[in-house]
Design a binder for this molecule. Structure first.
Ligand code: ADP
Ligand code: MG
Length: 240
């Protein structure tokens, strides 16, 4: 589904990604972990060209998104992204947040978009919040709306950048459970997270990034019990 070859990204003099190559299968769930500043967000943002790679190629389902001739807006419709801060439209109700892109970008009829939004709200456990404004929701509820809003575009890939880092502890689980449900449904996902227990249980593959390099790419069981690199071992000592 995703092929990355020799990806680099430089900001000014700072080389943030130093030649990453990998492939993600359809339905694979990847947890991206690593120290702060190691390049996790930049790596994720390159996957939908929110950052333009300095060199290297990325293909999504056979389409070279790094090719300047590619219609990136179109590819982006197939890739949902959820951030640490939820970026809901504050002046719109929950259901209008969810129907906005399908109706405006895809031209979906409003009745169809609303029916689909209601299904998605049920899926994230928020059927009773359709007509609420974001300001009336808890952080965990806002994040679940943000996930529903992404799903409304029927993406093939979901990218999550620390989706629970801005949440109070008691709300982390409700969001992780939604993401876990998506994983079980076969969605292809890359999830930057500091939730090690979640990464271990929900991911098919762990990517450990350090200093702009993909230092390890292994099964969770192996990563958490027998990390191959000294750097990963040190990282795990600090976080577990
Ligand atoms: P992580 O998500 O692992 O914490 P980031 O990808 O956010 O790491 O950042 C990696 C490095 O790139 C950091 O040194 C950060 O300061 C730098 N960086 C990220 N985005 C930008 C940007 N837009 N301009 C300049 N430097 C950036
Ligand atoms: Mg980050």
């Amino acid at each position: 589904m995703i092929n990355v070859t020799d990806l680099t990204k430089t900001f000014g003099k700072n080389q943030v990604l130093k030649g990453i190559s990998t492939a993600v299968e359809k339905g694979e769930v990847v947890a991206v972990i690593g120290p702060s500043g190691s390049g996790k967000s930049t790596f994720l943002r390159c996957m939908n060209m929110l950052e333009t790679p300095t060199s290297g190629t990325i293909t999504i389902d056979g389409i070279a998104i790094t090719d300047p001739k590619t219609d990136i807006a179109r590819v982006r419709q197939r890739i949902g992204m959820v951030f640490q801060h939820f970026h809901l439209f504050p002046h719109m109700t929950v259901i209008d947040n969810i129907t906005f892109a399908p109706t405006q970008v895809k031209g979906m009829p409003i009745e169809e978009a609303r029916a689909k939004a209601k299904e998605l709200l049920a899926r994230v456990g928020l059927s009773d919040k359709a007509d609420s404004y974001p300001s009336r929701l808890s952080g965990g509820q806002k994040q679940r709306v943000a996930i529903a809003r992404s799903l409304a575009m029927e993406p093939d890939i979901m990218l999550f950048d620390e989706p629970t880092s801005a949440l109070d502890p008691e709300m982390v689980k409700e969001v992780l459970n939604v993401i876990r449900g998506l994983a079980d449904s076969g969605m292809t996902m890359l999830i930057v997270t500091h939730e090690m227990k979640f990464a271990r249980e929900a991911a098919d593959t762990i990517y450990f990034l350090d200093d702009g390099k993909l230092v390890e790419r292994t099964k969770p069981e192996q990563f958490f019990t027998k990390p191959q690199s000294e750097r990963a071992a040190r990282f795990l000592e600090q976080v577990l």
